[in-house]
Design a protein around this ligand. Structure first.
Ligand code: ADP
Ligand code: MG
Ligand code: MG
Length: 892
């Protein structure tokens, strides 16, 4: 198979094969944009390299062939002493991984051709600068040398010169640096810096392939849930030079503001610079708009190209470009990352601009982004202590203790502390720390700096370019306008405004939450709210899945209802047995005879009834699925250890341990090795007489009461942990008997539920239940998949015991791409859900199907539940908008 593609041979849809960078370089080439010629080595070659440790044997010939045509096109040769062809060797995977993989520029220079380049360009400084960059990048990425070796040498050279500007280093200084660098290479590798351009190229290609498995690349993929086996392509691109003088430069640009979504010209430009200089923050860049003064022709060309690209990709594009002596070159473009807010605003703007339709707009926003927009903001009325204001690079409101290193951030996060990672600038090695921190603050770099780009990608709050901060990492302090901030001090950063405050600033609900709460109208002038309103309204129109909430209290139910919940999918009644009611539960458990037991139940019933009155009122007219008591009873008793100690102490002192002794005996009697698999759920209902009946009476009489008041209560009764149809049948008979009894007693006053027959259903949360769902369906009006327990019982591990114990190892080893408690395990647990749904429906076509585990609020899982044909998902109140949006997206 073909392994190498000329830029003219590809297009933007070939990302899998050519990587994102290669596919888009090809697209731009075919759009006749000024792209330096080159070719792409496909991800297939990388896969072979990763599997076997060496590149496919036929690759060398193919590369030769493409190098030949490149040489012909440009009229110069690799290694040609008087006018060398130079190339960059650039990584580029299918999914963009900013800063993850390595690139080597100026490949092809050696001790001879550097002189040729100096002569040919008439600029020796430039030639030696290019050569030192090659050795530096090659040393770091290909030879695995410590970057500090090179950076320290540059610092020393600048110091000797009495400057801190790299532009003050002249040709001789750079030539000396090249000697120093070469000596360092010799020392590190035991051999000379390779002089053969083709060897440089081959080694760089292999290094790019190998960097797929670099630690930080692996970490980034895990964080972003990118598959581990895609491999990267390599782009060989002829060099253009932004470091030829002040009439040259390099820059990055966005076709719209990636942090707000506003149209306009955004980007940074740096004169007399190459490659990463712009994002590395070594010198301060100028805003892109200033390029118009510096070089009007290039600026106008760039604007025209940006407009063309936006029209072509129908989306925000980000761009890397270089100006070589007044001529503009395009080096990269892609559909750009953006903040959550920008995603919504851009999507709706593009509808208005006629570029996309509303379905496409909905495709382009994600539930996770909506969730981010629901995070609180700093309270603008709060008293604050503003230290500085810089660039808001990634929105959010974050407070935490100052830490200066990635390691400190990780340690503190492990202790459960919130931290803000403060750096001069970040680099890919800071990724661990950025993940661990609440937010990131840097003193250098702009909206396109590493910190900004990565933070936006992760949805982390970031303020950058806070130049007033003097960050002294070694001393562990920041000096700012006469104030000292020490490691461990709490600061707050606002990623929207760029403000940095001392101390913790109180937060208020975001405008998007205010909109969902109904306190901010969609047309009140907040453009983000308007965009959210427009897209979620569309999602509601097209979604098939219903969205209910998990709620146990009237407060939660009301909030969820305002957020758009169409009922309650899970009300856990065990919460109603806690607090002061615990004693009645104790009496129930300790009851010696029917009389005592009934007394305890009689005490509990009106309390439960009161709870149901509130809940059903809050959800009036909407279904409320109430699950009868589920956890093992000893969960309501004090711990065995605690009681044993109390009893022992009392006996020691010769006192009467009294009630504690009885309780201890009960706890011992009820003790289970595996409570999760013990006496709970329907088993409890069948074993403890009167327990389910009491709950059902409370529900039915509350409903009757409300009907009498003219309301429309719609309770549904759900039996947990059923594994055999007989269990459900028995429980159902008991429930029906109580319902009939309550009906009879309320018939006289007309509050009987004539219109509304109380549905009785079950949770499907045991593999057995899913497999025999056809039998169970005979006794059920509805199923609700309890995917938390179903995940536990399918995998055979308990969430509370395993998440901390070994999940991180499992994630590292790639056994899970994501915790199966977070996102449904489609192959295993999901297959059981599918089976349960199919078999249940086969036996009873009008069976109502829902899901009420954590997964009900997880975007990926919601798409799955849509696919398998469930009727609704149920999730926590704050996830309701996310579920509505994703349920709509699932239909597209
Ligand atoms: P990354 O994915 O980290 O951005 P790139 O492959 O895009 O890596 O390259 C790193 C830097 O070098 C970028 O600023 C890019 O624009 C620049 N660059 C890459 N190839 C060339 C080239 N042929 N000529 C000039 N600059 C280049
Ligand atoms: Mg890079
Ligand atoms: Mg790039």
């Amino acid at each position: 198979p073909k392994l190498v593609y000329d830029f003219a041979e590809g297009n933007k849809d070939m990302k899998e094969l050519l990587g994102g960078k290669g596919a888009n370089l090809a697209e731009m080439t075919n759009l006749d944009l000024p792209v330096p010629p080159g070719f792409t080595i496909s991800t297939e070659a990388c896969k072979v390299f990763l599997a076997t440790g060496s590149v496919p044997p036929e690759l060398a010939d193919e590369i030769d062939h493409h190098v030949d045509s490149l040489q012909q096109k440009l009229g110069k040769k690799l290694g040609q002493a008087d006018d060398p062809l130079l190339v960059s060797v650039r990584s580029g995977a299918a999914a963009s991984m900013p800063g993850m993989m390595e690139t080597v520029l100026n490949v092809g220079l050696n001790d001879d051709s550097v002189n040729g380049l100096a002569h040919q360009s008439g600029n020796p400084r430039f030639a030696w600068d290019a050569y030192r960059r090659l050795i530096q990048m090659f040393g770091k990425t290909v030879l695995d040398m410590d970057g500090d070796v090179f950076e320290d040498a540059i610092e020393a050279a600048k110091k000797a010169k009495g400057t801190n500007n790299d532009l003050d280093l002249d040709a001789d200084d750079l030539k000396a640096l090249v000697e120093t660098f070469k000596a360092a290479v010799q020392e590190h590798t035991g051999r000379e810096f390779p002089q053969d351009p083709r060897e440089q190229m081959d080694l760089a290609i292999e290094a790019v392939f190998g960097s797929w498995n670099a630690e930080r690349a692996v970490l980034y993929r895990r964080q972003e849930r990118i598959a581990t086996d895609l491999g990267t392509a390599v782009n060989i691109c002829s060099m253009v030079f932004g470091n030829l003088g002040m009439d040259s430069g390099t820059g990055v640009a966005f076709t719209r503001d990636p942090s707000s979504g506003q149209p306009g010209v955004y980007g940074d430009y740096l004169q007399n610079a190459q490659g990463e200089d712009v994002v590395a923050g070594i010198r301060n860049t100028v805003p892109l708009a200033e390029l118009e003064q510096l070089d009007k022709t290039s600026y106008d060309d760039l604007m025209a190209i940006m407009a063309k690209l936006e029209g072509h990709y129908r989306d925000l594009c980000d761009i890397e470009f270089t100006v070589e002596r007044g001529k503009l070159w395009m080096l990269q473009t892609r559909v750009g990352k953006r903040t959550a807010g920008a995603a919504f605003r851009i999507a709706t703007s593009l509808i208005d601009e006629g570029m996309i339709d509303i379905d496409e707009a909905l495709r382009r926003v994600k539930g996770a982004q909506l969730a981010q927009l629901m995070f609180p903001r700093f309270d603008s009325d709060a008293e604050t202590d503003l230290v500085t204001k810089a660039i808001g690079a990634s929105p959010g409101a974050a407070s935490g203790k100052v830490v200066f290193t990635s390691a400190a951030a990780v340690e503190a996060a492990d202790r459960g502390e919130k931290v803000i990672l403060v750096r001069r600038e970040t680099n890919p090695d800071d990724l661990h720390g950025m993940i661990a921190a609440q937010g990131i603050l840097t003193s250098r770099g702009g909206k396109t700096s590493h910190a900004a780009v990565v933070a936006r990608g992760m949805g982390k709050t970031c303020v950058c370019g806070a130049e007033e901060l003097d960050v002294e990492v070694a001393a562990g302090k920041i000096l700012v306008n006469g104030t000292t901030i020490n490691a461990g001090d709490v600061i707050s950063i606002d990623g929207t405004t760029g403000e940095v405050f001392l101390g913790e600033v109180p937060v208020v609900p975001s405008p998007v939450v205010q909109y969902f709460e109904g306190s901010l109208a969609p047309d009140a002038g907040d453009e983000l709210v308007a965009a959210v309103h427009r897209l979620i309204t569309h999602a509601d129109e097209i979604r098939r899945l219903g969205v209910r909430t998990n709620a146990d209290t009237a407060d939660d139910a009301s909030r969820a209802r305002r957020f758009g919940a169409e009922g309650i999918g899970l009300c856990r009644t065990e919460h109603m047995f806690l607090g002061e009611r615990r004693e009645a539960v104790e009496r129930l458990i300790l009851a010696d005879d029917a009389e005592e037991r009934e007394a305890a139940l009689a005490e509990l019933e009106p309390l439960q009834r009161g709870d149901f009155l509130e809940l059903l009122t809050a959800m009036d007219g909407l279904p409320v699925t109430i699950r009868l008591i589920d956890p093992p009873l000893h969960e309501f008793l004090p711990s065995m250890e605690e009681l044993a100690v109390k009893v022992a102490i009392a006996e020691e002192r010769g006192e009467d341990p009294g009630r504690n002794k009885t309780l201890l005996a009960a706890v011992e009697r009820l003790h289970e090795q595996n409570p999760m698999l013990g006496l709970r759920g329907v088993r409890l209902g069948l074993v403890v007489p009167g327990l389910f009946a009491m709950q059902v009476r409370a529900i039915a009489s509350a409903a009757a009461e409300l009907r009498k008041q003219g309301k429309d209560p719609r309770p549904e009764i759900m039996i947990p942990l059923v594994g055999a149809v007989q269990e459900l049948q028995l429980a159902r008979d008991e429930v029906n008997a109580v319902l009939a009894e309550v009906d009879r007693s309320t018939e006289a006053d007309g509050s009987r539920g004539v219109e509304w027959k109380t549905p009785i259903g079950t949770m499907i949360e045991l593999p057995r239940a899913a497999v025999i769902a056809d039998q169970i369906a005979e006794a059920a009006d509805f199923f609700s998949f309890g995917t938390n327990d179903l995940t536990q019982t399918t995998w055979g591990f308990s969430r509370d015991d395993v998440e901390g114990a070994f999940f991180s190892r499992y994630l590292e080893k790639g056994i899970f791409a994501v915790s199966p408690f977070e996102s449904i395990d489609r192959e295993g647990v999901g297959a059981l859900v599918r089976t349960g749904a199919e078999r249940g429906r086969a036996a009873k076509p009008d069976l109502k199907l829902g899901i009420c585990g954590e997964h009900g609020g997880d975007p990926d899982s919601i798409h799955f539940f849509h696919e398998v044909g469930l009727d609704y998902v149920s999730c926590s109140p704050f996830r309701i908008p996310v579920a509505r949006l994703e349920a709509g997206r699932a239909t597209l």
